[in-house]
Design a protein around this ligand. Sequence first.
Ligand SMILES: C[S@@+](CC[C@H](N)C(=O)[O-])C[C@H]1O[C@@H](n2cnc3c(N)ncnc32)[C@H](O)[C@@H]1O
Length: 252
Amino acid sequence: MRGLHWQAETGRVTAWAREFAALLPEFPFPNSNGMAPDTGFQLYALLRALGPELVVESGVWRGFSTWVIRQAAPAARIIAIDPIFALGHCLDRTRIEPAWRAPDVTYGGGDFSCAGFEFMAKPPGSLVLFDDHQNKLHRLRQGAEAGFRHMVFDDNLPGRATHNTFFHYRREPRLDAWMALVLEEYEVIPPLWDTMAGMENEVFVPGLNLPREPDLALLDTTRAPRSGYSWLTYCRVRPEFVGQTLPPLPRD
Ligand SMILES: C[S@@+](CC[C@H](N)C(=O)[O-])C[C@H]1O[C@@H](n2cnc3c(N)ncnc32)[C@H](O)[C@@H]1O
């Protein structure tokens, strides 16, 4: 099972984009401070390609990405974790609502690293989405050691970001070599159309350039002051490392 050949499969991607754009108006409020519609679609298409039966989401916020997971994988078990579920009662509700929550999603307020996922059965294709702004290398190690082969990371920005990203780490040859050892696939998903992107739209990123159809306009964030493209990245761990203690991360 692999991800999706985005450049080679634009016909399939376009069909799913039409499907997702038709579903999007059903989401009950515009998302803020989370995935934009184009990134939501990238997640949707990847999940449609992988067909997971179990998805863990770390970093839920208002629940837009949980909704996307549910649309893409209607029968999947979803476990959604975020400190909001432990501490939300201490927070100003007007800052964390509106939110989309569903009775068939399991919510938890603990951290992925100590949730005990290593003890859980993982049907083939089980996947973790990390959108929690934590150290991505540590998340990759934690996910693989817990037995997940497929992981998706949002906000893998090459330039300025709120946290260090794989782009930053891969500039360090020993960390790049560690990632090459552990991963059999590392794919930064391209934008749907050519776009400027980054914290200040400072980087040009060539896109798939899907047809400019009116039905797909909802997914187009290329003209926004800050585009929605956030370098969503798919990682597949080499099978020999899944559920194993990984080689130590190189340190200074
Ligand atoms: C960018 S938001 C997630 C956006 C959401 N996935 C979406 O697309 O709408 C980041 C979230 O990570 C959560 N977070 C912070 N630390 C975390 C942790 N250790 N584990 C899980 N989530 C965490 C924050 O509370 C916040 O809700």
